[in-house]
Design a protein around this ligand. Structure first.
Ligand SMILES: [Zn+2]
Length: 105
């Protein structure tokens, strides 16, 4: 996974963001293997949804979860639930079936 460290992306308060399979990490942020596995799960989701459609669905689901869950909207997005639930599993990406995030809706 390509990782670009910088002081601009993501905004202050966030440590990393996956944009089209490239991980942007703030210079001061510490990331470990778990974070990288989490982001690689997002990369799989991004690729299978044709890149741009992932971001469209992500924002739409976040808005829906915001109404339903308020402050915990982010953690309830299906893409995040799949990534958080499996980020400790080192073999997950080898056994993951396509569109697995649907199981976390
Ligand atoms: Zn995530």
């Amino acid at each position: 996974m390509k990782i670009i460290r910088n002081n601009i992306i993501p905004f202050r308060g966030f440590s990393a963001i996956n944009l089209f399979g490239i991980l942007f990490v703030r210079k001061e942020a510490e990331i470990d293997a778990t974070v990288i596995r989490h982001e690689k799960i997002h990369s799989a989701q991004i690729v299978e949804l044709g890149y741009i459609f992932f971001y469209i669905l992500y924002v739409l689901e976040w808005l829906f979860r915001l109404i339903k869950h308020g402050k915990s909207a982010y953690r309830n997005i299906s893409f995040e639930r799949e990534a958080y639930y499996n980020q400790q599993n080192k073999s997950y990406l080898h056994t993951r079936k396509s569109y697995s995030f649907l199981r976390y809706l």
